[in-house]
Design a protein around this ligand. Sequence first.
Ligand SMILES: O=C(O)C(=O)Cc1ccc(O)cc1
Ligand SMILES: [Fe+2]
Length: 374
Amino acid sequence: MGEVEHFHHVSFLVSNSLQAAFWYCCNFGFARFAEKQTDKFVEIAVKNGKAIFVFKSALRPNVAEIKEDIICHGDFIKDVAFMVDDIECVVERISKLGARILSSIEKIFDEKGSVLSAKVESCCGRLVHTLIQNIDYTGIFIPGYKPTDNFKFANSLLPVRLNFIDHVVESHPPGTLDDVAEWYKETLRLKRFWSVDDLYSDKSLLPVKGWLLNDSKRTTQLMIAEPIIKKGVRGQHEEFQEYHGGAGIQHIALNVTNIVDAIDTMKRQGADFLSIPDTYYDQLEERLGKTKLKVEENLKEIRRLKILMDFDEKGYLLQIFTKPVQDRPTLFIEIIQRRNFDGFGAGNFKALFAAIEEEQKRRKTFFLENEPKI
Ligand SMILES: O=C(O)C(=O)Cc1ccc(O)cc1
Ligand SMILES: [Fe+2]
């Protein structure tokens, strides 16, 4: 007991929740469905399938609880919320470990029933984790949120179907993964499922260390990553941490059943993804030609839409990554489809890392000598 069941939602702290929510609805097919307002904050919840994002902003100046956060990080993911089976057990373990309990267990309720909820600090910068255990809640989201209609304009767009949050990736400073993995094991019972000490070891690209942590049923996938520092250049995690202001969520992957349809629609409606060279698809088709794997999708469409593909003898995954989704080069979104393949696209790391480094060079954040002199 005392285990995580699945991601419940992800909550962003932003300067204007209305605009952020609208932007996510237009780009990724979310629909606004719930809202909560207090004297200090407004929160807007958007949903697509089981994936729920919440955007929170302050309604007045100098709100103490978030002042530091907003000054330091800009718009960012503040809270990765988990559904747990026994909140008392989890909170007790967390307090024993010495982590701060930001809100102790509380029963929250409205006319649709109740849940137990608590909030704890994480070991990932200023990220927090809300923990939720259901009692008998039948409402739309969490007690206290009122239903809202979707944005009229977003309703008129072509639909995009997402399923759920496939995985979340945290970016940590170099040399800290052991402690981070230990923290998630001791608190949330997330265990290391696999680890790669060098996610991509080609000498021409910058290495990243990444470990995948899972709950026992493997429905919650949390990846923790850190850079392996190289002189003279700023890798993707150094760039993230420098612009974000420390450790934080680097990307969120959203699971889909039909990635070709989803990406075709998202691209038509303006979502901006990393570009992949044609040579990647020449090599992919050659490698696929040597296997007996049956691919349902049209490879011409995969090439046209610049979707990445990795496979083994049993199945395959298709994935694509957006450019950063705010002014700073920090958080990005991944769309992923799995067909009998629950690993990570190790065969895609080269293409992904090359595309990210290309973007870094374009933004002039890759080489350290280009650092702006303040
Ligand atoms: O391939 C994926 O979807 C991953 O999530 C792996 C990953 C982990 C860390 C990175 O900096 C980049 C990619
Ligand atoms: Fe990912």
